[in-house]
Write a protein that binds this ligand. Structure first.
Ligand SMILES: NC(=O)c1ccc[n+]([C@@H]2O[C@H](COP(=O)([O-])OP(=O)(O)OC[C@H]3O[C@@H](n4cnc5c(N)ncnc54)[C@H](OP(=O)(O)O)[C@@H]3O)[C@@H](O)[C@H]2O)c1
Length: 245
């Protein structure tokens, strides 16, 4: 099969490319750095020629509400017009566990709009919703650092290794469209503050975690991001992953 991976140069996309190539598929990364821009439509017609499956694991360069909404809605419009034209038979999208239960966070609203565009596109689809990636914890901590304090709320998360997300996305891409959602999550639930402590225990750098419910990207978010048990649980624990990365 020819599988085009929009965002195929990113964290998830580059791993999806490797996984499906290992199974003998033709996998083509599509991103601005390879001449394909979903915001403008540039390069889409060309790259989708002969494509059986499109995987969209692109991300907005900005997490700001309006910019993210513009990115995901405009990209979806251009992408699905091109997919319908090319006769793509399966679209695989990647979203976030619990995303539709967080009404006040702009980036999540943008992801909900992206999911809606997938559902109404007319192209058979499979959606994977994942929890927060292990790789995301460090950057969230850096954004929440003041001096030697990392200020984080105790919101419960159930993070997952990006390799396991990529495996689920690759599996979806090689299967049939479900026209539904598969939720995936890591094996353990921790407060975000506890994830910060585990990170600094494995990689001490002079910072300490201070619990602050008003701090970080996750400030004030409802406790809905773990999937409430309605998730497929993956194997890798955060502390074990920290030892290997
Ligand atoms: N972070 C999390 O914890 C988490 C959890 C659940 C779901 N997700 C979702 O996972 C997805 C992938 O995340 P990621 O961390 O793998 O992203 P990433 O590493 O930031 O990669 C983003 C990719 O999107 C591409 N891209 C940016 N602008 C584009 C455009 N205009 N047209 C086409 N491609 C464009 C980038 O291309 P260049 O390399 O050329 O810039 C890159 O390949 C996102 O949709 C995110 O919402 C994330």
């Amino acid at each position: 099969m020819k599988i085009v991976v929009i965002g195929g140069t990113g964290l998830i996309g580059s791993q999806v490319i490797e996984l499906v190539r290992a199974n003998g598929h033709e996998a083509v990364p599509a991103a601005p750095s390879t001449g394909v821009d979903t915001l403008t439509g540039e390069g889409l017609e060309q790259v989708l020629k002969g494509a059986d499956v499109v995987v969209d694991v692109s991300n907005s360069p900005s997490f700001e509400a309006d910019a993210a909404l513009d990115f995901f809605t405009r990209s979806a419009r251009n992408l699905f017009a091109a997919e319908r034209e090319a006769g793509v038979r399966h679209h695989v999208g990647l979203s976030i566990v619990g995303v539709d239960r967080v009404p006040d966070y702009g980036y999540y609203l943008a992801k909900v709009a992206q999911e809606d565009a997938v559902r109404t596109s007319g192209v058979p689809y499979s959606l994977v919703r994942a929890t927060q990636f292990f790789e995301f914890v460090g950057p969230v901590m850096d954004m929440s650092t003041q001096g030697t304090e990392v200020r984080l709320p105790s919101l419960r998360l159930r993070p997952i290794a990006s390799s396991e997300v990529a495996a689920a996305v690759a599996e979806a891409a090689q299967g049939e469209p479900t026209n539904g959602i598969r939720n995936i999550a890591g094996p353990e639930i921790h407060g975000l503050d506890r994830l910060g402590e585990l990170t600094l225990a494995a990689r001490p750098d002079g910072r300490t975690v201070v619990t602050d419910e008003t701090a970080s990207l996750f400030a004030g978010m409802p406790d809905v991001l773990t999937g409430d048990g309605a998730v497929d649980v993956s194997a890798v624990r955060y502390e074990d992953w920290l030892k290997q990365h």
